[in-house]
Design a protein around this ligand. Structure first.
Ligand SMILES: Nc1ncnc2c1ncn2[C@@H]1O[C@H](COP(=O)(O)OP(=O)(O)OP(=O)(O)O)[C@@H](O)[C@H]1O
Ligand SMILES: [Mg+2]
Length: 260
């Protein structure tokens, strides 16, 4: 990956990558944004809040990990105790496991929405914390939105992607109003874009009615699926691919916006 000199950021950013619709590119974005930030020299933590553990699986074998965010939610370990290093310099992982799903069925106590926000206070050493969220407005997504300074919403330019946006916007606004007044929407990132299709062109303005849309978008390409299969980030798997360049440009655009 292109290593550039570290440019210090003014404050620490906690970014929830969220969209309650499945398959919109949340995990792909969480993995590659985290790696791009780490490659720029920022100390970064990827927190996998999805019981599917897809982003954890890129960096570790979740079945072999003893501890995960399950232990943080169940109060049996601290966040520091469950964090593991990755092969990417400056990037650590707070892994998930399928057992995380049990937290939801175990019933929710009054502290439940604040578990992650409280835990993040114990790791001030990270410049960026990136949260990969599940495809639901579950307690894990609520935790992410309560802990976040910013939200990034990956979205495909498709009709069904639009349908859930009212619900997502309402959830973000209600958390902002009640619990986290500083929560800001960084923007929607168009993913898996088929360039120059009529559909993409018609849907883009509709999405921008809901959320600001990043100038950079991520095009559809086989390198992404292949990189997941190879359990690598896109910068390691195909550094010259169009998607690697787009994820780097997106990261630069995001930092520019955060710091503005
Ligand atoms: N730019 C892209 N080009 C081609 N395929 C992509 C691209 N981005 C994501 N995909 C593929 O789309 C699928 C969904 O992506 P991803 O897992 O990142 O979405 P998700 O929102 O995290 O899904 P879930 O809601 O299940 O957690 C994956 O198979 C992934 O490989
Ligand atoms: Mg995912």
């Amino acid at each position: 990956m292109r290593q550039s000199a570290r440019t210090d950021v003014k404050k620490r950013y906690c970014i929830a990558i969220t969209n309650q619709k499945g398959g919109e590119g949340k995990t792909t974005t969480a993995i590659n944004l985290s790696c791009a930030l780490a490659g720029m020299g920022h100390k970064t933590l990827l927190a996998d809040l999805d019981p599917q553990a897809n982003s954890s699986g890129i960096f570790a074998n979740p079945d072999r990990l003893e501890l995960s965010l399950y232990n943080v939610f169940s109060g049996t370990s601290t966040l520091k105790e469950i964090i593991v290093g990755t092969e990417v310099e400056n990037l650590d992982l707070a892994p998930s496991k399928i057992t995380l799903a049990e937290i939801e069925s175990a019933g929710v106590n009054v502290d439940a929405p604040y578990v992650i926000r409280d835990a993040f206070q114990s790791v001030p050493e990270y410049d960026f914390i990136i949260m990969d969220c599940p495809p639901s407005l579950s307690i894990f997504t609520i935790n992410a939105l309560v802990a976040a300074t910013h939200v990034v919403i990956p979205a495909q330019a498709e009709k069904f992607s639009i349908d859930g946006m009212t619900g997502l916007r309402n959830t973000i606004n209600s958390i902002k109003r009640r619990i986290n007044p500083d929560l800001a929407i960084a923007g929607a990132l168009l993913t898996q874009l088929k360039p120059n299709t009529v559909l993409s062109k018609t849907i883009m303005p509709v999405i921008s009615d809901f959320f600001p849309v990043f100038k950079t978008s991520i095009s559809e390409g086989v390198a992404i699926g292949e990189s997941h299969l190879a359990r690598k980030n896109i910068f390691m798997y195909a550094p010259e691919s169009r998607q690697a360049k787009e994820y780097l440009t997106f990261t630069e655009e995001l930092i520019g916006e955060l710091e503005a």
